[in-house]
Design a protein around this ligand. Structure first.
Ligand SMILES: [Zn+2]
Length: 261
């Protein structure tokens, strides 16, 4: 398996990334699928964290999606980010394909909500569009050295789910059709816009059980129960919000929360 594979030639330069998280495999087939098309432009196919993928882990030393643009003398994933940065920040467009631990409808992520982002998003055929802001530093969507590429992340569904693979294929294909890199009919949808307003971190994760009612894009009202600690203490919502990424296995951020805009 190659980390970086460059196909086609000329402009635009488009980067399609997969396995930034090693256990999020839905993008791998999407990359193979892209190779079937005749290209007008350059596509850089990236299989980012091959080392973690081989062990079916999110990452081995540090979360790759928090360490961009990387460090050539740092930990494994920092070195990988450094290697990838040369390619991704040189591209005009980037699509970074992910999946999640909980089931979710596909959604697009951008770091800033530019009209160019939203216009392109309409052609990708995904119903939800989320502006991340600065809540997760070091992701592949972050601005880097003033580069001007349009960057999207996409969450395609639950890791093991077959639908996530289908979504990844469809979305990456639509993305390239929208950019005129491949020919074809594209599905056009005006996605609903959300903006991340924060994340909820639980200090004592091991003793916390998230509430069953927590699901991506299902509103939680002020004072609803978010979860319960082992000692019986409940965690209540301080404000009404929409959960976006819900991590019920309590591995990292419990959830990213948003408001519709
Ligand atoms: Zn991911």
């Amino acid at each position: 398996m190659e980390r970086i594979e460059i196909i086609g030639k000329g402009k635009p330069k488009v980067c399609i990334m997969s396995i930034v998280h090693g256990n999020e495999i839905c993008g791998l087939e999407a990359l193979e699928n892209i190779k079937k098309f005749k290209l007008k432009g350059t596509v850089i196919l990236i299989r980012a964290n091959i080392e973690a993928y081989k062990e079916n882990k999110r990452y081995l030393e540090i979360n790759l999606n928090r360490v961009f643009p990387g460090n050539d003398k740092g930990k494994l994933e920092e070195r990988t980010a450094f290697e990838l940065s040369k390619y991704i920040y040189d591209c005009d467009f980037i699509l970074d394909i992910h999946s999640s631990s909980e089931e979710t409808e596909p959604f697009l992520l951008v770091s800033v909500d530019l009209p160019e982002h939203y216009n392109l998003a309409k052609s990708i055929g995904v119903k939800n569009y989320v502006t991340l802001g600065k809540v997760l530093k070091g992701s592949s969507l972050d601005e880097c050295n003033g580069t001007k590429s349009l960057r999207f992340g996409v969450e395609c569904g639950q890791h093991e789910n077959k639908e996530a693979k289908e979504n990844a294929k469809e979305i990456s294909k639509n993305f390239l059709i929208a950019l005129n890199v491949i020919e074809g009919e594209r599905k056009s949808i005006e996605p609903k816009k959300y903006k991340i307003i924060g994340k909820i971190d639980i200090a004592d994760k091991e003793n916390f059980t998230p509430d069953k009612s927590l699901h991506a894009f299902k509103t939680i009202n002020k004072d609803d129960i978010i979860g319960v600690f082992k000692n019986g203490e409940k965690l209540l919502a301080e404000e009404t919000f929409i959960p976006i990424l819900v991590d019920k296995q309590m591995k990292e951020e419990l959830l990213l929360i948003a408001k519709e805009i």
